[in-house]
Design a protein around this ligand. Structure first.
Ligand code: SAH
Length: 373
């Protein structure tokens, strides 16, 4: 402040700071109010909602029940373009599709569609980048660019739903049954927008997509106050806690936020979530060779989890590490992985090993965006 006058208005170099407001950011009542503010009848907002959430229409030409003059205003006001696909990579004969999106300000995020015989899961991003700095995660290396808006999060799911509806994914027309917040970003660090997105995904059409909350998984490094808040929210989503180590010494290194919230505090918050919501919590554990995959750590993990009771409140999902370029970590030896599973199961902890879909298309969190940037 060496006596120099500051400009009166501090504007970013170009463009706007916030993503444009979109239908999916608003509840149905808010959309109706907004339509009236635009000088249009409130019911037009509902008609537009039927197109967007009910029929997944994105071409205004198809909205023939809207008078042409009002259609342009409605589309301008409610359906601004939020994201452009930059690249789509396919694996598993087209049943795994990863899309790199460019947001309005140039930020890059990824989403992945995974079709299984009995379900379709969309893995979505909640932030461009991530501030949690986990050293084994590609997204963590680039830091946080910005939070995504509710509509930017929802639009990833809607885009996947559209491609399924149009039969673009092998297996015939289908629907999105599951959404996991396991793409880029820490959902609990963008709490309001993420809860907004969960509401929009679960609100019955035409207010939202009408999905079951049980099909939605919010994955977190363990921001304890936010886990507590989610516990009170009354939305029965599945909580996944990225633990990766049962002891503070190692977890401080692998998940740096652990220096703020210890393993004990974090696991207790997750246990309380299970207790209150009756939803079984998932403990995510990326298996890293020689780092966190020792038999004694499996025993310790089992003991830590069982110290909150063995009433089936938790299961462990082991994730084979997807090595990021230049990182010193690699995936565990299959024999060590089997022993880890055996020891957890011996302690009564249901344990699964995540399939490694899409590894050849840089399936792991943030790798595609990191490559592009
Ligand atoms: N920030 C949230 C959600 C995004 S990551 C979270 O941390 O839970 C989703 C999961 O992928 C997390 O468990 C994360 O630790 C894990 N992950 C990140 N990079 C990985 C990698 N290279 N290999 C395997 N799992 C990884």
């Amino acid at each position: 402040m060496a006596g120099r006058a500051l400009p009166l208005v501090l504007t970013p170099p170009k463009g706007r700071k916030k993503p444009p407001r979109h239908l999916a950011d608003l509840s149905l009542a808010e959309r109706q109010d907004e339509a009236k503010r635009m000088g249009l009848p409130g019911f037009r907002a509902k008609q537009l909602s039927v197109h967007y959430f009910g029929h997944l229409v994105d071409d205004p030409e198809q909205m023939t029940d809207l008078p042409a003059a009002q259609r342009a205003d409605l589309v301008d006001g409610f359906l601004p373009s939020l994201m452009t696909p930059m690249r789509t990579l396919e694996a598993d004969r087209g049943t795994t599709r990863k899309t790199l999106w460019k947001l309005f300000d140039g930020a890059l995020v990824e989403s992945v569609l995974m079709r299984y015989p009995d379900r379709v899961t969309m893995c979505v991003s909640s932030q461009a980048g991530c501030g949690m700095a986990c050293p084994f995660c590609a997204t963590g290396q680039g830091g946080l660019q910005r939070n995504m808006s509710t509509a930017e999060i929802v639009e990833q799911v809607v885009a996947g739903a559209r491609s399924l509806q149009r039969g673009e994914v092998p297996g015939g027309p289908g629907r999105v049954s599951n959404v996991v917040f396991m793409g880029m970003g820490e959902p609990m660090a963008n709490y309001a927008a993420v809860i907004g997105a969960v509401r929009r995904l679960t609100d019955p059409a035409p207010e939202g997509l009408g999905m079951s909350a049980r099909g939605i998984t919010v994955s977190t490094v363990g921001l304890v106050p936010r886990i507590k808040q989610l516990t009170e929210e009354g939305i029965p989503v599945t909580l996944a806690l990225s633990l990766h180590a049962p002891d503070d010494e190692l977890r401080n290194e692998l998940v740096p936020i652990n220096t703020r919230f210890s393993v004990a505090e974090t696991v207790e918050a997750a246990w309380n979530y299970a207790r209150v919501t009756k939803r079984r919590v998932s403990i995510e554990y990326a298996m890293m060779r020689g780092i966190n995959d020792q038999a004694w750590r499996a025993d310790l993990l089992g003991d830590v989890l069982n110290s909150y009771g063995d009433w089936g409140w938790v299961h462990v999902n082991l994730i084979p590490l997807n090595p990021t370029p230049g990182s010193k970590w690699t995936a565990s030896d299959p024999a060590d992985e089997r022993e880890f599973v055996r020891r957890l199961e011996a302690k009564g902890i249901p344990t699964t090993v995540r399939d490694t879909r899409g590894q050849e298309i840089d399936g792991a969190c943030g790798q595609l965006a990191a490559l592009e940037a």
